[in-house]
Design a protein around this ligand. Structure first.
Ligand code: ATP
Ligand code: MG
Length: 411
């Protein structure tokens, strides 16, 4: 521990950073509202088994990334590493099982003990959605198209690429699993230690390996589409034709398997080449088995989560802030405080510097991108007047104090 340093992999969001994060979240939420999504807020910690039982024993998250601790009652608690398990738990424990389909959005911090680097933090933020209770491919099409609309709304339409794959149904997965084991087993010794362990527990996860040698082995591996049942194929065809009908471009990536174990059928990611190694900005898929596996009634589900930090880094133009009015008191500051209060009540954004000479205060007004400065000089105040300076035009005139709102454009 080192005193006043932030914990490695965490950071403070200063106002400019927060503004980017808010823009990402608000854009996502306002677009999702048009699709009928409401916000769900679940706790940032849950009993550990909410995650360990659902995310899969071989997932990176469960094997090495969770922040788990015993609380003062001796319960094993985990800071949430992702949002879906908590939403599924809320769905079961909150008696929402009768209100299907359920469409919810969430946002907030997630915690994973990873090696920090650009775009990879230990406390990061996600915004995500879950759609529960819809079995058919129209749900997959809708959540992907909503993601696409949100990315476009953020101005990132040209920077991201949709990759999609099908993980098939249970039968397809069983067949694929056997095919993959048959292919990988003879090469077991050339695989990384981690992939050897995955080969025993969950061979599909070998496809997700980031090890270079593993990648070479995997390049020749059989692909899921060779093993898909006609029903699973049909499902995937419907998803891809829906996307085509909506004009959403995609590439099929047969190696795309999601890191968490509960996915089936559609898996997808929006990726970018603009962020180096951490190129996935939004990822999701279908998880029909999850709710049942957690002890709830069998309920299909699909959702995605986007990394807010990664999206925030990609955004070039934020919407402009309201241009403030700068008040510059030359003597007694009380009249400025009173005028500031009056203007704020009328809806203006007012910047009131608290110290410094005229020059400093004008510099502050320019830095704040103020449109007007109102200078409150003692002589003018004695005449119930102020000076209004148009900072764009560089002109200045004396006006009655009572007329400030009107001259600033609002009565
Ligand atoms: P990766 O392969 O990058 O580790 P993942 O499969 O673990 O990603 P998901 O669990 O799908 O990621 O999370 C969805 C999104 O959340 C990711 O696409 C990414 O944008 C973001 N994300 C995940 N982990 C982190 C992290 N440690 N720091 C910042 N953003 C993250
Ligand atoms: Mg990860």
């Amino acid at each position: 521990m080192s005193g006043l340093q932030p914990v490695r992999g965490t950071h403070d969001l200063l106002p400019e950073d927060s503004r980017r994060h808010r823009f990402v979240e608000e854009t996502a939420f306002s677009i999702a509202k048009r699709y009928g999504y409401g916000e769900i807020v679940t706790p940032i910690f849950e009993f550990t088994e909410v995650f360990s039982r659902t995310l899969g024993e071989t997932s990176d998250v469960v094997t090495k990334e969770m922040y788990t601790f015993a609380d003062r009652s001796g319960d094993s608690i985990t800071l949430r590493p992702e949002g879906t398990a908590g939403v599924a738990r809320a769905f079961i424990s909150g008696g929402l099982t009768q209100s299907l389909p359920l469409k919810v959005m969430y946002r907030g911090p997630m915690f994973r003990h990873e090696r920090p680097q650009k775009g990879r933090l230990r406390q990061f933020h996600q915004v995500g959605c879950e759609l529960l209770g819809v079995e058919g491919p129209q749900a997959d099409i809708e959540v992907i198209s909503m993601a696409w609309r949100i990315l476009q709304g953020l101005g990132l339409g040209d920077k991201v690429q949709l990759e999609i794959n099908s993980l098939g149904d249970a039968e397809s997965r069983a067949a694929y699993r056997s095919a993959l084991i048959a292919y990988l087993e003879p090469m077991r010794m050339t695989l990384s230690e981690e992939s050897q362990a995955r080969l025993d527990k969950n061979p599909l996860r070998v496809l997700d390996s980031k090890d270079e040698e593993d990648k070479r082995v995997v390049a020749q591996a059989p692909v899921m589409s060779d093993c898909m049942t006609p029903a699973a194929k049909e499902f995937f065809d419907q998803v891809t034709s829906g996307l085509t009908a909506l004009g959403i471009a995609f590439v099929i990536n047969p190696k795309l398997v999601r890191g968490l174990d509960y996915y089936c059928h559609t898996a997808f990611e929006f990726t970018t080449t603009a962020l180096g190694a951490q190129g996935t900005v939004l990822a999701g898929g279908r998880y029909d088995g999850l709710i049942g596996q957690m002890g709830g009634p069998a309920t299909p589900g699909i959702g995605w989560a986007a990394g807010v930090e990664r999206l925030a880094m990609l955004i070039e133009d934020l919407p402009a802030l309201d241009r403030p009015v700068s008040l510059i008191p030359m003597g007694d500051s009380v009249p400025a405080v009173v005028l500031a209060d009056r203007l704020r009540a009328a809806g203006f954004t007012v910047d009131l510097g608290f110290s410094g000479n005229m020059k400093k205060r004008m510099a502050r007004a320019n830095k704040a991108n103020a449109r007007f400065a109102v200078i409150l000089g003692e002589d003018e105040l004695a005449r119930n007047a102020v000076s209004l300076r148009d900072l764009d035009a560089g002109t200045q005139e004396e006006i009655p104090l009572a007329e400030v709102e009107r001259r600033l454009g609002r009565e």
